[in-house]
Ligand binder design. Structure first.
Ligand SMILES: Cc1cc2nc3c(=O)[nH]c(=O)nc-3n(C[C@H](O)[C@H](O)[C@H](O)COP(=O)(O)OP(=O)(O)OC[C@H]3O[C@@H](n4cnc5c(N)ncnc54)[C@H](O)[C@@H]3O)c2cc1C
Length: 219
């Protein structure tokens, strides 16, 4: 196999986004191994298809996730516009099914605002207001996150693959990464894939050491 600088296993939306991000910013040989003949044939095709807003994320306890979610929302919206992809803000109701959960809805509103959402994106609804909008829902109240957005993750993945390929990344389809394929003791610094959070942290550490030179064009 060719000596890739970075090898990513899995051409779902995560692997493909990562390849796009690397290929458009850095010089380097970047490959994505995908066991299927095409990208996004698994979870990224069958998920719920919603880009969520961060009202339910504690801005202190889940700070990184909350900030990433807020920043990523604008990036996905801009990317969808630039590539003509579906982007339909449909909104979400998070409902209180018990009286003692109503106070939590206010907490969600505060969290959403603290995470960068606008006042106009969030509304607290009484039981009657929910009933007027969704006659079949029974609850004690709700928070309405108006900009949760319906998208097509498979279309996003295919567009990102096209852009990543244009920037030089290679997608090797029909390639199954077999267990143990990266256990080369001479290549400890190579950011080969590992599974799980600990593996991901190790891979990011490897990537920092790799120091790929930045690209000087405007891909
Ligand atoms: C039911 C459900 C609904 C969801 N809804 C949402 C949602 O609305 N919004 C949201 O943001 N998130 C949602 N998620 C979270 C979901 O995890 C992400 O949306 C996303 O699709 C995951 O992408 P992925 O690239 O990690 O995985 P996948 O799309 O599954 O990609 C993994 C790829 O790796 C390949 N692969 C696996 N093993 C190997 C191997 N050994 N060698 C080579 N290739 C391999 C697979 O073929 C696959 O293409 C949902 C998850 C589920 C399960």
């Amino acid at each position: 196999m060719e000596p890739w600088d970075v090898t990513i296993v899995g051409g779902g939306i995560l692997g493909t986004s990562f390849a796009y991000w690397l290929a458009t910013r850095y010089e380097g040989r970047i490959a994505v191994l995908e066991k299927e003949p095409q990208v996004a044939l698994h979870t990224s095709r069958r998920n719920t298809g919603v880009v969520h807003r961060p009202f339910y994320l504690d801005p202190v306890g889940r700070k990184v996730f909350a900030r990433s979610s807020q920043i990523a929302y604008g990036m996905w919206r801009a990317y969808a516009a630039s590539r003509g992809l579906p982007w339909v803000p449909v909104g979400t109701f998070e409902i209180a099914t018990r009286e003692d959960r109503v106070s939590h809805l206010e907490t969600y509103r505060k969290w959403g605002l603290a995470n960068g959402m606008g006042e106009d994106e969030l509304s607290l609804l009484t039981e009657g207001e929910v009933r007027a909008l969704e006659p079949n829902v029974r609850c004690h109240g709700a928070i309405w996150s108006k900009t949760d957005t319906s998208v097509d993750y498979q279309a996003f993945t295919v567009a990102l693959r096209d852009d990543a390929e244009r920037a030089g990344a290679r997608f090797l389809r029909g390639v199954l990464r077999s267990p143990g394929a990266w256990e080369d003791p001479g290549r400890r610094d190579h950011p080969g894939p590992r599974s799980g959070a600990a593996g991901a942290r190790r891979d990011l550490a490897c990537l920092r050491r790799l120091r790929l030179p930045p690209r000087d064009d405007d891909h």
